[in-house]
Every structure is written in structure tokens, then in C-alpha cells.
Write a protein that binds this ligand. Structure first.
Ligand SMILES: Nc1ncnc2c1ncn2[C@@H]1O[C@H](COP(=O)(O)OP(=O)(O)OP(=O)(O)O)[C@@H](O)[C@H]1O
Ligand SMILES: [Mg+2]
Length: 494
């Protein structure tokens, strides 16, 4: 569907400022539809056919009443035959009200046309449309709302509504149905809707008397004062008696004179409680990862103690490797404990993993240089954990096997031993390479027949758990390549 801007550019002769004005109107007129219990259409003259044909740029339905329009009207073009009132209002530059038909003559409606002015120039019309069949006798609430709406309609016609600032109302912004208090030009209460009265009760305000100001009934008046002084809407959240109230004060200003203030208010206590719960849930998740990490480190430390007491070289070695594997898993939990997202930036895991392996190289002579290239992006925790173990094995292998002590007792690593870890995302896959410039794989090496525990773990995790593939080749050193399918996971918003 075309946007308001696109429709205006293709059908009308509006300039940029005028377009911005009607866009602001369409962002803030929900309130008017609700106060008038009517559908509103924004009609702009089709370029070159001013007064004859109009295109509907926007539409809003009331949440307080029934809509006339089950269908979307945006983009439709109406002409003077089907909408004589619109043409009349446009030509006269005045508000016009009368009976007419809408929806290709199928529905009778009460129609009011309001010129939309910007800096004195007429740029569009707003029509307020309401079925004539819904002739319920209006009560006080209806009467007051429509009066307030009429004042806004005059503001539209004189160019003072919408307000001259871009407003981005939050999703939780109060609506007419949530609770309204209507104040007059001196900020005295004229009317409070039943929902507003209940809200005041929640705050412990039981007596509300028309004619008093909000301060006089014991309610916060700050937003109202600021809105009146600035001539602009003000959004404020107040907390009282365990109740959070979001209120929006909208001043009504005609010919520079404040004629009233509409105060919309909504009880957002439950909403805020949920926010706090979610925040504490985040904190709990982080805390759990932190504890898992600590526990894994304790297990690793226990193994190390155990290893020291052993005599057998082989047993010592086995314990040491187990300790290293456990530490690589702890690295993932450490990262997950830093923010509560269910995804981790894997790049942040690679660095500490490299450090773990570097630390395991005991002899200072055996300096192996690690280079990490590329950006693996974010991975879900359940992928990051096995992958950390896999990378750890592969890097450890390079350290263990690529640079053996030669016949002369000199380690090959002395001559610029280097291990490159490359990670990148490509076509929904994560591609990882661990390349060293060491002695290369043993002759007749085959991954399938390899008996080592390290590569068995790698194979089980990559092909089993992660659903990926491994190739190991010999190319002036060993080159291990992994391809893992990873969905480009959108961040999970809690
Ligand atoms: N980067 C490499 N350079 C040379 N040879 C390698 C390399 N990586 C693996 N190999 C060979 O593959 C064999 C199997 O490796 P694997 O990790 O499965 O076992 P391991 O390292 O010997 O023992 P473990 O990892 O269980 O301590 C190694 O013994 C080694 O011969
Ligand atoms: Mg190994």
C-alpha cells in the first residue's frame, strides 16, 4: 500500500512543508476520531483538478464508536459528483456540514468538512463522517467530547493543529477510552470521563468537583501547566499510591488564546510491573550464566588438583585436556552472562578461547602466533557452546601437532609458527577455517579413521549437533574447514 507521502507526491501539488504538516496531522488525529465518535478522512485535491477531484491520503476510525468504513479508503479518489460537500468546502475555504452519501452512495452519513490550513494556505480537507442511522440520544459525555472535538476542528482550520513539532507518541500513550479529563481555558475541570474518575479513585482522590483545578483536587498539575505555557502537548508519568499513571496534556489554542486542555490518562501500573519483571528476568538469566561459569571453573580447578596428584604422564595429560575442554565451555557462559540476549557475539568468544589455548602452551620458546580474521556475527547460545569446544580442539591441535620438536630439538614454531582462525557468514552459513603453517597432517591421514579423542569430539559436534561439515586438507600446513548452517536469527526481544 502506498504511504501518505507517496500518494501526496504522485497525486497532489503539495510542497514539502505542506506534506510534513498533513503527515503530522495523520499522526495525531486518533484523538479527534475518538472525541467525535466518527471516521475521519484526509482528502487532498488532485493536482490540476483542485475542487473537482480529491484523493484520500489517510483515514482513521474511532475506537469510541462504530466505523462507517469496513474497507480501506486510502488511495481512493472522490469527485464533486459523489462528494458535493467536499467541493463546496474547498471552494469556500470554510467548514461545511450536511448530509450526504458515502461508499459509492450505499451509506447515508452526516458529513463535516474542515479545511486544513498551513501558514494560511489551504492544503487539504478533513472530513468527519458518521452514520445517520446511529442516532443515539447523546449523553453528557458525548456532548462534552464533541464540543472539545469542535475546538480541535477550528484549530485545524486556522492551522494551529497539528502542533508544529514532530510528536512520536509511545505505544502506551493514553487514548480517549483510557480516561479523559477536560479542562477549560483556566485549567479548571469541566468534565471527567468515568474511566478517569475510577483512575482518580485508585489514587485516593474521591471528590472531584467541576470548577476546581487538578491541583485543588490533589492531582498532579505539572503537565497541564507546562502544556499551557508551551502551547504544546506534554507527556508525563506519575507514580502515586503504587499506581503509575501516564498522562498526556494537550492544550487547545485558538487565535493564540488557550481555550481548554484535554488530559488523557492511562493506568500503566501493570505495564510497568511487567517491564520490571522482564528486567528482573533478564537479571536472573545473567546471574544463572554467571553461576554456571563459576561452577565450570570450579570443576576445572578440581580436575587440575586431581591431575597434580597423578604419577602417570598419560593420565596427567588426559586430565589436563578435560580441564581445557571445560574451560572452553565456561567462556561461552561468561559471555552469555554479560547480557541477557539469547544470542552471543561469537567474536567475543573467540578472543578468550585463543587466550586459553595460548596459556596452555607451556614452553616460552614454543611461541605460536594466533591471528583471528573476520566476523562470525551473533549465534544462539546453543550453537555457540559446541562451537567453542570445537574451535578449542582445533586450535589446540595446531599447537600440539603442527610444530613438533625436530630432530635437533628445535621447535618448528620458532620459525614463525602461525595459526589463522578465519570466521565469516556467507549464504546462511558460518564458514570457519583453522589454518596453520606447520608440518601438515600425517601421511595417509583420514578424518574418518583418526582415533584421537579431539577430532572425534569435533566430528560428533560439527556433523551431529551442529549439522555441518568438516574437511581437513594438507596445504603447507594443516587446513581445517567447517561449514555450519546458521539461520540468521533475529534478536529475540523479550
Ligand atoms: N594442525 C595439525 N597439524 C598436524 N597434524 C594434526 C593437526 N591436527 C590434527 N593432527 C593430527 O590428527 C591427529 C588426531 O588429532 P586429535 O585431536 O583427534 O587427537 P590428539 O590431538 O592426538 O589427541 P587429543 O586431542 O585427544 O588430545 C593428531 O594426533 C595429529 O596427528
Ligand atoms: Mg587434539
Amino acid at each position: 500500500m502506498a504511504t501518505l507521502g507517496e500518494l501526496a507526491l504522485t497525486h497532489t501539488a503539495m510542497d514539502g512543508e505542506q506534506l510534513a504538516h498533513v503527515q503530522r496531522l495523520a499522526l495525531s488525529w486518533r484523538l479527534l476520531a475518538d472525541l467525535s465518535f466518527s471516521d475521519l478522512l484526509l482528502l487532498a485535491p488532485v493536482a490540476g483538478e483542485e475542487g473537482h477531484r480529491f484523493v484520500a491520503l489517510a483515514q482513521v476510525r474511532p475506537t469510541t464508536g462504530q466505523t462507517l468504513y469496513p474497507v480501506d479508503m486510502v488511495g481512493t479518489v472522490v469527485d464533486e459528483v459523489s462528494r458535493p460537500l467536499v467541493t463546496r468546502s474547498w471552494r469556500a475555504g470554510q467548514m461545511v456540514e450536511g448530509d450526504g452519501t458515502v461508499l459509492a452512495g450505499k451509506e447515508r452519513a452526516r458529513i463535516q468538512c474542515i479545511p486544513v490550513r498551513h501558514r494560511g494556505e489551504m492544503v487539504a480537507l478533513v472530513t468527519r463522517e458518521m452514520a445517520t442511522t446511529m442516532s443515539r440520544r447523546p449523553g453528557e459525555l458525548e456532548r462534552v467530547y464533541v464540543e472539545v472535538y469542535e475546538r480541535f476542528a477550528h484549530m485545524i482550520a486556522e492551522g494551529s493543529f497539528p502542533f508544529g513539532q514532530d510528536e512520536i507518541e509511545p505505544e502506551s500513550s493514553p487514548r480517549v477510552g483510557d480516561g479523559v479529563i477536560i479542562l477549560d481555558g483556566e485549567a479548571r475541570i469541566v468534565f471527567a470521563s468515568p474511566n478517569a474518575v475510577s483512575l482518580l479513585h485508585h489514587l485516593g482522590i474521591h471528590a472531584y468537583t467541576p470548577g476546581l483545578s487538578l491541583a485543588e483536587i490533589g492531582f498532579a498539575e505539572g503537565a497541564v501547566g507546562r502544556a499551557m505555557r508551551a502551547g504544546l502537548p506534554v507527556l508525563e508519568e506519575i507514580e502515586r499510591a503504587d499506581t503509575s499513571i501516564l498522562m498526556r496534556a494537550i492544550p487547545q489554542v485558538e487565535r493564540k488564546r488557550t481555550t481548554g486542555v484535554v488530559v488523557l490518562m492511562r493506568d500503566v501500573t501493570d505495564l510497568r510491573r511487567r517491564d520490571r519483571l522482564l528486567m528482573s528476568k533478564d537479571a536472573t538469566i545473567r546471574e544463572i550464566h554467571h553461576r554456571v561459569k563459576n561452577n565450570l571453573q570450579t570443576i576445572a580447578a578440581l580436575l587440575r588438583l586431581q591431575g597434580r596428584r597423578l604419577e602417570s604422564k598419560e593420565a596427567k595429560q588426559a586430565i589436563r585436556e578435560s580441564e581445557r575442554r571445560i574451560r572452553s565451555i565456561a567462556v561461552v557462559h561468561e559471555t552469555l552472562s554479560r547480557d541477557a540476549a539469547e544470542v552471543v557475539d561469537f567474536g567475543e568468544i573467540v578472543r578468550p578461547l585463543v587466550r586459553e589455548v595460548e596459556d596452555s602452551v607451556s614452553s616460552p620458546d614454543a611461541r605460536v602466533r594466533f591471528v583471528v580474521e573476520g566476523d562470525p556475527g551473533e549465534l544462539p547460545g546453543e550453537v555457540a557452546t559446541p562451537l567453542a569446544v570445537v574451535l578449542n580442539e582445533l586450535m589446540q591441535n595446531a599447537v600440539d601437532h603442527a610444530f613438533p620438536i625436530g630432530a635437533d630439538g628445535v621447535e618448528a614454531a620458532r620459525e614463525g609458527g602461525e595459526v589463522i582462525v578465519r570466521l565469516r557468514r556467507l549464504d546462511g552459513e558460518l564458514r570457519i577455517e583453522v589454518v596453520d603453517n606447520g608440518v601438515g597432517l600425517p601421511e595417509a591421514f583420514s578424518l574418518e579413521e583418526s582415533k584421537g579423542l579431539g577430532l572425534s569430539i569435533v566430528q560428533a559436534l560439527v556433523t551431529g549437533e551442529l549439522g555441518g561439515a568438516i574437511t581437513m586438507t594438507d596445504d603447507d600446513g594443516a587446513r581445517v574447514q567447517l561449514r555450519l548452517p546458521v539461520a540468521t536469527t533475529p534478536r529475540v526481544e523479550l
